[in-house]
Design a protein around this ligand. Sequence first.
Ligand code: ADP
Ligand code: MG
Length: 600
Amino acid sequence: MTIRLLPPDVAAKIAAGEVVERPASVVKELVENAIDAGASIIGIELAEGGKRLIRVSDDGHGIPAAEAEYAFLRHATSKLSTVEDLSHIMTLGFRGEALASIAAVSLVTMVTRSRDEPAGTRLYLEAGELVSREVTGAPVGTVITVENLFFNVPARLKFMKAESTERQLIGALISRYALAYPGVRFTLMHGRQELLRTTGSGDLRQVMAEVYGADVAAQMLEIVQPEGERLRADLPYVRVSGLVGQPALSRSNRSHITVFVNGRWVQDSSLTYAITQAYHTMMPAGRFPVAVIMIEVPPEDLDVNIHPTKTQVRFRRADAVFSTVQRVVRRTLIEGAEMPAAHDDILWGAPDWQARRERLAEVTRARMSQLGIGMDVEDEGQFTRHEGRASAGQPASSEPARRRSSLPFMRVVGQVGATYIVTEGPRGLYLIDQHAAHHRILYEQLMAQRAAADIPAQELLEPIAVEVSAEEMAAVEANLAGLHEMGFVVEVFGRSTLRLRAVPAILASSDPVEALLAALGRFEGEEMPGDVSEEERIAARISQQAAIKAGQTLSQAEMQALIRQLEQCEMPQISPQGQPTMIHISAEQLAREFGRLGAS
Ligand code: ADP
Ligand code: MG
């Protein structure tokens, strides 16, 4: 076969295939153009999942009559003119190929009117060829209608998915743009059915409620990052904002983690990983958070010109971006984590929960002061913790000593069933699982000692020989250093025998053989969630083994000591396995359950 240049129409269809894969990709490009045009209202209409019709209308700046045709030329763009421009792109589009690609494989009508012109232009194209052009009356802005997508590409047409699939994809897509641009009013219609409507108020939490419902929106924590905070002076400033879900609000997959970089939705597994890592030990294994995170970096630190669909980016300092995201999200979770409340629905289920909550708080406060109980229901921040150990692996200089305990000061009331400790705090009653709480305490102590390379070991009077399975032997050999670091002194002694010389001091009172086997995971119940190092797993197992068990009666002094230590923890509400350590019953709930609300 000889080498020949492709005829222009074939080349156009091939190029179009890179950008226009399915109806959702058409919607994406048209909506991005509308956003780039500065629109504050964007309407999307679909028929048959977009296969028959896609119409996107906006109130942006429009296109001047003299330039309208250029919009459909390949590599024609108003957003870029020199190579240098590529290194600081602020718009979503820049390649100038979307409209050309869409037009090549469909029937397109565009009505547009520029802000500075008295009349609009209507263009009609078939398979990229201009068929008609006329002057028309139109409001400022642009309406693009794409009909019969892929009518001239039978191969593509064959692979089009069911209408419902496309509709769902487009729904998800528009939801993401709505979240990224809370100031834009979006409407998505499928035929006469309204799939999504946002108000464009600019309030992210409100969009969250419109997309995910009020319940989810109420459980989101706002990311607060001090202005200009940098990881290190020599790294670029990375601004992180948005909403992250409380750990209790988990999902079975990662698709509810939405990330925008400079206003562009990106799919980046490292960023997703950084976010899920921030939930480390706070969420059970196999569960993922709900999060909407906006990252802003200087445009020159970002390369968006990697793929025609522009959903991938490359950072100049990826390490700075990932660490900042992880740090900021984790801090938000630690400062804002709420413990699971008993009968949450009683108080929070109502649609007007915000107003209701405020009223309840007010009433309760009034009653409490009437009764002479100085409970300040609203103020959670009045009990500050004394700063504990700096957590491992963080540069000491960059973390100012202003972390607030998420646990209020608590008074021990007593023990129930030799399993739960009952306490009273400023916001009501707390039931604490003594084993889970002690597990958390010992785990954090162990990790802090490890960070300081100072885990006390208890030498055994006589070395003990331990018989292990081949699998356990392999585990020991693979983790000899880790075990050692944790306070085990163990030697391999023959094919299936280990010699144990010392155990971590916290396990001094347990059976040393059991302690070792526990560390190896033989008694593992549910394992630690998320992606954790083997050392962390060992630490979690050791601390679980050493923690006081359910059924153990505790003296008042012991309970007091346990609660004080729990207050020192970084993540007091959740065990290292991701289970709650405590349940909170608020003063409001108590008052309500007893029918005291509203009564005087
Ligand atoms: P790009 O967005 O990469 O520039 P497109 O093919 O998507 O390329 O659009 C080509 C040009 O058409 C844009 O640069 C812009 O000037 C103009 N354009 C497209 N859609 C709109 C719109 N909705 N409002 C105003 N101008 C638009
Ligand atoms: Mg574009």
